[in-house]
Design a binder for this molecule. Structure first.
Ligand code: MG
Length: 374
């Protein structure tokens, strides 16, 4: 067993009384961190959406979230669980799960693998609830180190991708208006799988030639129809198609991917790390979302595994505050495509963090997940 970064830093602290990390004295923080207790706090919050949000499974105007904090030795790490209704978690289920968490049994917040294994073992499912602890723990440890996670992971901030911006399903008049409002975005995302698929794209193309990404949310049931649609979209400047068919139609999806001129990305099919292996050979790429995969620890592993398998990686989100979005953005310099517009779709954000400038994700240099509470 080699020494971990932390062992080395501890050794450095003992030898020199303070090791410089990224230009900051890091040893003092570690000395200060020893012997404290982590305390988890959480409270429900409801996000107000700017526009009614419609996808193949229904429409809504709000999204319930639970905001978390882990306090430790004067530091506060922030986290968030977002629970769109179709995923089965709620204020009640997340609050109930979090009330079972006893972080007091751990003395060191850098014991991240053990802490998050413990969280994962409390109960199956509850992935957004688990992500809310994972994100807060990463924010906390990043703050103790005095560095944002993109730097701790060694990523290049200039390589962040453009984010797509979702144009919700609506009447042609409103769709044209939404597209005009979205002028700064270099990629537009369209939800499909209803009965007006071609009309949506034709309406957008009547006012904009911005490249599209298409999310069908399992809405196409027939593989020949799906292939015909993919060809049609390919002629209209589309980058890829996300979850075109029901996730259990594995053979049909594999056939579609093999014959498709566009990459086919799995979202509903790919929840956690183990699903990346299953998706290999079926899809061209995966969509990583913290609320599906329990957070930053597992999302980072999924990214590396998918890259090793030569698969495309997309980074997605739910409607979330800038807390969870900024946490996701820490991974973004390494992904092929990002769909991190969840904080832009709400009117009552309570964090300041990652920004979108001329359509491109712009990370902050604040430590942890790069946010400030408003
Ligand atoms: Mg999707």
């Amino acid at each position: 067993m080699g020494l971990t970064r932390r062992d080395l830093l501890k050794a450095g602290t003992l030898l020199t009384g303070g090791l410089l990390f990224g230009g900051r004295s890091y040893g003092m923080n570690l000395l200060k961190s020893q012997g404290g207790k982590m305390e988890l706090k959480f409270y429900p919050y409801t996000l107000e959406l700017r526009h009614v949000f419609t996808i193949a499974s229904g429409s809504r105007k709000t999204t319930p979230v639970v905001l978390t904090e882990i306090n430790y030795e004067g530091y506060t790490g922030y986290g968030e669980a977002s629970m769109p209704p179709y995923l089965g978690e709620s204020h009640e289920s997340v609050m109930s799960f979090l009330s079972k968490v006893e972080l007091g049994r751990f003395s060191d917040p850098f014991d991240i693998e053990n802490i998050l294994d413990y969280i994962d073992d409390i109960a199956p499912g509850n992935k957004a609830a688990k992500a809310s602890v994972d994100i807060a723990l990463h924010d906390l440890t990043g703050k103790i180190m005095g560095q944002p996670w993109y730097k701790i992971w060694g990523y290049d901030k200039t390589k962040t991708p453009y984010t797509s911006f979702t144009i919700g399903i609506d009447t042609p008049e409103i769709v044209r208006q939404k597209v005009k409002e979205a002028e700064q975005y270099k990629v537009l995302k369209v939800k499909m799988g209803l009965d007006n698929d071609k009309e949506m794209v034709e309406t957008i193309r009547s006012v904009s030639q911005t490249p599209l990404t298409v999310d069908v949310n399992q809405g196409w049931k027939d593989k020949n129809h799906a292939l015909e649609m993919v060809h049609w979209l390919n002629e209209r400047k589309t980058l890829f198609v996300e979850q075109p068919m029901p996730k259990d139609q594995i053979d049909d999806i594999a056939w579609l991917t093999e014959n498709s001129p566009l990459p086919i990305v799995g979202d509903e099919s790919v929840q956690r790390l183990e699903d990346v292996i299953k998706a290999h050979g079926i899809y061209s790429g995966i969509n990583i979302k913290y609320m599906k995969c329990t957070g930053m620890r597992e999302g980072h592993k999924m990214l590396n595994l998918a890259k090793a398998l030569n698969m495309k990686v997309m980074l997605g989100c739910m409607t979330e505050t800038s807390c969870a979005i900024s946490a996701a953005a820490q991974l973004s310099p390494m992904v092929d495509w990002a769909d991190l517009d969840g904080n832009l779709l709400i009117s009552n954000d309570i964090f300041d963090g990652v920004k979108v400038v001329d359509g491109k994700i712009q990370l902050t240099d604040l430590p942890g997940i790069g946010i400030k509470k408003l």
